[in-house]
Design a protein around this ligand. Structure first.
Ligand code: GDD
Ligand code: MG
Length: 346
């Protein structure tokens, strides 16, 4: 059994965070994001994992290496130009002539892959797609099924009116099980999308195509700043089971600082007296000066936050400098190396 992670998108909706850090390795709870997908695959006994890359591939390879640090074998396939989700799968075909679990590289889920594979086998499916219920389905791929779970229709990003008419709230969760026969219906060397081309073609050919619907599993696409921040808050709220996150402990904090128990502080941070940290994740090597306040925020590594600065509901990139008494308000996202002058309000 193999897995392919589609990790070649540009991460445009997560800019500016993805200008220097490709989406597959943005830190989530201070770990490169793909490690959560690797954890879930490993749990199902899948250790041979191919990463399909296109945007900033070297950075991803540098961080994840050959996978031995994480107990898996990682292989990389880089497209010369982005081939689309289906085209990327076809491009990796030589590595994939067996049943393959395909993951969109920006899905945070604790889906039980072994159960998904059992379902796929029991239905004798050639393709199985996982579904999850969401509030607003129009941002996703809408999937209509019959009562046996057979896929009847796949509609990518319907207009809100179209979505309302269909009255379905289960969407494509971005995890598939595909038999190699699916490779044969995708033209080699062309840009092809699973969502717009391959799935409609599977339906047209009447190939057995089934949907596995999640119920209590956690699922989130981390591809926007709001959902990226939400992933952290859900972890801090204890809403995401199944991952073991070790608390880092080698940071220095003044006894007169107030850090709530739920916040996570990376190694090598220094936290001065009077600092207040609430419901936040602070990356490694961050310096926080006297009386600064950080609430409901994510701060990437090696950022410096000066005296009495206030940061609330924000994501702050790597190696930024937040000046004294600066105020960073709800919803702000600062790219790496941003410098805010003293007293700036954003
Ligand atoms: N290798 C490669 N090449 N990967 C790609 C390419 C490509 O050309 N284009 C996109 N990807 C990767 C992205 O890196 C991402 O991990 C994944 O494919 C999905 O792309 P997104 O751009 O994040 O798609 P989306 O979120 O708008 O929609 C997709 O995911 C939804 C669930 O989150 C669709 O599959 C929807 O149907 C689905 O509901
Ligand atoms: Mg996405």
């Amino acid at each position: 059994m193999q897995a392919l992670i589609l990790a070649g998108g540009k991460g445009t909706r997560l800019r500016p965070l993805t200008v220097y850090t490709p989406k597959p390795i943005v830190p989530v709870m201070n770990r490169p994001f793909l490690l959560y997908q690797i954890d879930v695959l490993k749990k199902a006994g899948i250790e041979d994992i191919t990463l399909s890359l296109s945007y900033q591939p070297d950075k991803i390879q540098h961080v994840l290496g050959n996978g031995s640090d994480f107990g898996v074998n990682l292989r990389y396939i880089t497209e010369p130009t982005p081939m689309g989700t289906g085209g990327a799968y076809r491009f990796a075909a030589d590595a994939l002539r067996e049943t393959t679990v395909v993951f969109n590289g920006d899905i945070l889920t604790n889906l039980d892959i072994a159960a998904l594979l059992d379902f796929h086998t029991s239905k004798q499916a050639e393709a199985t797609i996982s579904l999850t219920p969401v509030g607003d389905p129009s941002r996703y791929g809408l999937v209509e099924t019959d009562k046996n779970g057979r896929v009847l229709r796949f509609i990518e990003k319907p207009s809100p009116e179209e979505a309302a008419k269909l009255n379905i709230n289960t969407i494509n969760a971005g995890v598939y099980v595909l038999e190699p026969s699916i490779l044969d219906i995708i033209a080699l060397g062309e840009n092809r999308s699973f969502e717009y081309d391959v799935f409609p073609e599977i339906l047209r050919l009447e190939t057995p195509f089934f949907a596995y619907t999640m119920s209590s599993e956690y699922w989130l696409d981390i591809g926007t700043p709001e959902s990226y921040l939400k992933a952290h808050h859900d972890f801090l709220d204890g809403k995401i089971d199944g991952f073991s996150l070790e608390q880092e402990s080698d940071f220095e904090s003044a006894t007169r600082s107030e850090i709530d128990l739920r916040s996570r502080i990376g190694s090598g941070c220094s936290i001065k007296p009077g600092v207040k940290i609430v419901n936040s994740v602070i990356g490694p090597g961050v310096h926080i000066e006297e009386k600064a306040t950080i609430e409901n925020s994510v701060i990437w590594s090696h950022t410096r936050i000066a005296t009495s600065a206030e940061i609330r509901g924000a994501v702050i990139g790597r190696s930024c400098h937040i000046g004294r008494n600066a105020i960073v308000s709800e919803g702000t996202v600062l790219g790496d190396k941003t410098a805010l002058t003293d007293y700036t309000k954003v």
